[in-house]
Ligand binder design. Sequence first.
Ligand SMILES: [Zn+2]
Ligand SMILES: [Zn+2]
Length: 243
Amino acid sequence: MAVKSITESIRSVGAWVGIPIHVWIVAEQDGVTLVDTGMSFMARSILKEIDRLNAGPLRRIVLTHGHADHVGGLKSVLRERDVPVYMHAAEIPYAEGDLAYPGKDRAHAHVEKGILRPLSAVEGRDGRAERIGSLTPYFTPGHSPGHVVYFHEKDRVLLAGDLFNSKKGRLAQARFTPDPDLALRSANILRRLDPERMEVCHGDTVFRPAGQLADLEAEVRQTREAEARMQALKEKKKKGRRG
Ligand SMILES: [Zn+2]
Ligand SMILES: [Zn+2]
């Protein structure tokens, strides 16, 4: 398990399963906040790293969304530490298996009922939820219906879950994203917050990610146009055969 120091108060714990998977440990005034829990086999290393950080006990777990690779370690962590777990209210029915995630045929319970608490929304503020520890959650749907990112204002670090993937410091669209247009609109959060660095679950650090957003948007647009041209060509051929 790879442990990386992001800033003095933020560390990432990473594993490799063909793709990288990261969770983040944040030192707080009152102890530690864990952001996402990775897969079940990561739980032991996560707990060990929280102890090593020497910043006090684990106080809370906050989740970016409910996909299995982000909540897989939850059960094992909770077995050792009794702490509250937060997620966006819009994501909870999908994570608990009451609704099927968009693009999936069947609902699947990734988290037992009665564990997840909704993040409290801030009235009248576009997508911002109440600060929790040193992190401010922002609603960023698209990859999943209730995806959120967590902004550490003091260190200007965005813990972005699966809002993006990244490779060699470059932004990339997140894989398995059923609503890429919505995800791209949510990505405007980069312009709003202009973080110094962004950490994603599946990828490496992206510095000043807002500066890369226009390139990514253009790339997505080009791919979309190319796909539309291919589709038109196929239709034409089909018609030609019929005629
Ligand atoms: Zn995901
Ligand atoms: Zn993921």
